[in-house]
Design a protein around this ligand. Structure first.
Ligand code: AMP
Length: 214
């Protein structure tokens, strides 16, 4: 099954994508993680993306469309995948539909996770990431511990530069103006499942899995 996890920054796409990836045994493709890895490794892509990401803006469609094509053509995605953070523009969405056709992917769903802006800002400012496994935690969960509960790495928690308050406002504005029109673009395919992202992690997972069975 081909899934698209959609929603504003901080709504829980990454957390849910990791859980559902294990549950359905399909790879989790996070374009944010791909870009962050490129930044760490100082590849040509990373050098181009770094400043754009730190400003909370979007990397160009041409680059992103190329990345997704490369990933979806890999054999590990033959039984589907979970896209997290892609598409983020109508142009990316349009090219994704064309790529699905080319790769004969007919069965796809868009899971739209929703939450209000105040909640998103609260979550993002409290978000900490493990530099080893990319797992996401709330600061209150990990403030007194040294080892990552997921992978056991020591002293690996950090706050993403673009999770700081001044950048969050920009990311939410980009979501509202440029990314949210993607929802309208997908309306005609009747593949959207709306999920309340303010519920607990377990409840959101249950709602998604229930919705996918329908
Ligand atoms: P994320 O981890 O999904 O919040 O993505 C972090 C940052 O990576 C975004 O704020 C963008 O700068 C960049 N990025 C990730 N996915 C995309 C995409 N599909 N299109 C453009 N930029 C992206």
């Amino acid at each position: 099954m081909q899934l698209i996890l959609f929603g504003p920054p901080g709504v829980g796409k990454g957390t849910q994508a990791r859980i559902i990836s294990k549950e359905l045994n399909i790879p989790h493709i996070s374009t944010g993680d791909i870009l962050r890895e490129a930044v760490t490794e100082k590849t040509e892509l990373g050098l181009k993306a770094q400043e754009i990401m730190q400003r909370g803006e979007l990397v160009s469609d041409d680059i992103m469309i190329g990345i997704i094509r490369n990933v979806l053509e890999q054999p590990r995605c033959n039984n589907g995948s979970i896209l997290d953070g892609y598409p983020r523009t109508v142009n990316q969405a349009d090219s994704l539909i064309k790529l699905f056709k080319e790769l004969n992917i007919k069965d796809f769903k868009l899971i739209n996770i929703e939450a209000d802006e105040k909640e998103l800002v609260r979550r993002i400012t409290n978000r900490r990431t493990c530099s080893n496994c990319n797992s996401i935690f709330n600061y209150s969960e990990i403030k007194d511990i040294v080892k990552c509960p997921n992978c056991g790495a020591e002293n690996s928690f950090f706050q993403r530069k673009d999770d700081k308050e001044e950048v969050i406002k920009k990311r939410l504005e980009v979501y509202k103006n440029t990314t949210s029109p993607v929802l309208q673009f997908f309306e005609k395919y009747k593949v959207t499942l709306n999920v309340d992202g303010t519920k607990s992690i377990d409840e959101v997972t249950r709602e998604i899995l229930k919705g996918l069975k329908r």
